[in-house]
Write a new protein. Structure first.
Lengths: 378, 378
DNA sequence: GTTAAAACTGAATCAACAC
DNA sequence: TGTGTTGATTCAGTTTTAA
């Protein structure tokens, strides 16, 4: 492995700010991502999220014990001649990301053991500085049908800044709020993308073999971007990054060489609705720190940011925000704090105080917590 | 318990078996691990467990919010001045492991995001074949005191064989038993090593900065070695690998250049008691049990020639013939072949597919195989 | 229409032996 | 070294079909 440290860690002069009007915002660039990124100016992107080919190197067919056939990832885009050619490809697209990222921008890459060690070593060689590696634990991974290894139940994400001295962005407080006032850890638990969220083509087949769950992108973007930031996804696929960026009020640019994927992604993002301004305001200061497990319920989509919650007698109503805090007029904070202040009570259990409407019924938000617990039991 | 495996495909000639008496079993070799491993013969080791320096590159001291000092890893042995020198070191010790490992041997390495990407890429470059990466989730990680990143709550282990075609050893059944009859996943949850397990020096300070929990080694050795196997740990430290190897009835060899660590490890392993023979017996998979021909079960009279067998739903029926073949209309052949053809399936396990009636009960013919095995035990 | 059972599915480097 | 035979092996879901 050769050392190719290029980018300087410390900038000597302030960069010329890029005019957003000069960027292809909310567009999917056609073609190879390396060529497509060349059309972007230097230092114009706040965050890159990349889900590159994993170079799986699969052998023959695989059947389940019941005899059914496993639909493997055998697409042409995942075939490489050797580690050498995979490395060259990886170095090329990562170097281009490095160029288009702002000095204080950051990069996320997701992969599996097949490719992530190559990606991690190369991005270190290029001068990226790893901030964390994150483990996505799958609640429902595919088993190892032959009983030959441990169930491959996770994928790995690397979060890296432009360099050791880079002033990357991290919404520490929003993450802590989302995680019931405990620091967000480096292991995240989500189900794989399936059910209604999984996009299908006209024939009912999955539109893309490796579509990522929205909850994963939701947490990534909420943690490491601000409203209005520009997010680039060089391997756009069906556009999960674009959809969540739009939902969270971030700008996005995609690169995708397959016309079918571009078509699906365009339609998907078109349908996506941005959240309300108030729902997007995340907790910024320690003074207003909420005390909630509520954030995880919001993240899981059981309660939507922007939706209205109210007490049983509808004396007060509040709005749910993206990080699990709630807002009621000038008041904001956790479900418990806001309920307590409104009632001028010594304490308040927000779970039973607040209600929401679902299918014509009024339920305490505790019902949504129940659903969440059911869905996320270990 | 003898191993039933034969010579691997990658081997062109049968290697001369190494006499265990020629190996420094139950010894800690003094000095640099690369030099120490050079004294070991080729193809003599069943498993390597390596916990190499992490190349942490910590800048300056770290204090907790209350001002107390964090005793970080700042030892001289963990200092490398560049990725290049760390890579060269890594390549050297991994290559030596490759040489001393048997063709069907395997390697474990543990690391964090600081070093694991370099280790993973280099071991792939050397020809090791990654079988799984395993995430050790810490129940009690050190928090991120500055609130600048996600809590670094895990470490990563890579499990790799000598090559793609290598017949590595995996105690699938034992792992499934250990995990309440569900396949063991690639994410393992353990507390960090603390309390009584954490070794202290005479002054009461921790004897080693990165002592690993015994539960981690217990699972590694139980999963990928057999009783009597030889385990090498090139970075022995306080000897967790040796202690657990002794406990589980495995042989061990360590390398350690710090005299203080050797001393602590020696005393520790001395105190360790091996488990009883009976406690060491693990669940065996079908694969490792002797193979039984259907004809032998017929021959033994457990199933009679001429009797009828059928699938569970009685969609098909067949007749048992004296030579252990079965007949279904114009079709005839082995229990597996006929079942496969009838179902038009990619394969069929005749033992579980076919059933018979005995004493008013319907049982799979596998039950008759079980009786045969019982009857033929000494 | 309601409920239970069966079928289907997911980034997977997924067998070993005899001839 | 290749080819054919034996036979070992699955978890958490969602969707479809049957009762």
């Amino acid at each position: 492995m050769t050392k190719l440290r290029t980018a300087p860690r410390i900038r000597t002069k302030k960069p010329v700010p890029v005019d957003k009007a000069d960027l292809p915002l909310r567009q999917i660039l056609d073609g190879d991502c390396i060529a497509a990124m060349r059309s972007l100016p230097d230092a114009s992107i706040d965050l890159v999220f990349a889900d590159p080919p994993y170079n799986l190197q699969l052998g023959g067919d695989l059947n389940r014990p019941d005899g059914s056939h496993v639909d493997a990832v055998t697409d042409e885009w995942d075939r490489f001649d050797s580690f050498g050619s995979y490395d060259a490809f990886t170095r090329a697209w990562l170097a281009e990301c490095q160029r288009v990222l702002k000095p204080d921008g950051a990069l996320w890459v997701i992969g599996s053991y097949h490719n992530i060690y190559r990606v991690g070593a190369i991005l270190q060689d290029l001068g990226f500085w790893i901030l964390n590696d994150i483990v996505w634990r799958k609640t429902n991974p595919m088993p190892n049908f032959r009983g030959t290894r441990f169930t491959n139940a996770h994928e790995t994400l690397i979060w890296a800044s432009q360099g050791e001295k880079s002033r990357y962005h991290f919404n520490y407080r929003a993450m802590k709020t989302l995680n019931d006032e405990i620091q967000m850890r480096s292991d995240w638990t989500f189900p794989i993308c399936s059910g209604g969220e999984r996009l299908k083509d006209d024939a009912g087949h999955k539109a893309h073999p490796t579509q990522k769950p929205e909850a994963l992108l939701y947490r990534v973007l909420l943690a490491t971007t601000e409203k209005g930031d520009i997010v680039l996804d060089p391997f756009f696929g069906t556009g999960t990054t674009g959809a969540i960026a739009k939902r969270l009020g971030r700008e996005w640019i995609g690169c995708e060489r397959e016309a079918d994927y571009r078509k699906v992604a365009t339609a998907r993002i078109e349908k996506e609705l941005p959240l309300d301004e108030s729902a997007l305001t995340t907790m910024q200061s320690r003074k207003t720190q909420p005390r909630v497990a509520f954030g995880a319920v919001v993240e899981a989509g059981l309660l939507k940011p922007g939706m209205e919650i109210f007490d049983k007698k509808r004396r007060w109503k509040a709005t749910v925000r993206a990080d699990g805090s709630v807002e009621c007029g000038a008041l904001s904070g956790s479900i418990h704090q806001v309920g307590k202040t409104l009632q001028d009570a010594p304490s308040c259990n927000g779970w039973t105080f607040w209600h929401y409407e679902s299918g014509g019924e009024v339920k305490p938000i505790d019902a949504a917590r129940g659903l969440y617990l059911l869905a996320s039991e270990d």
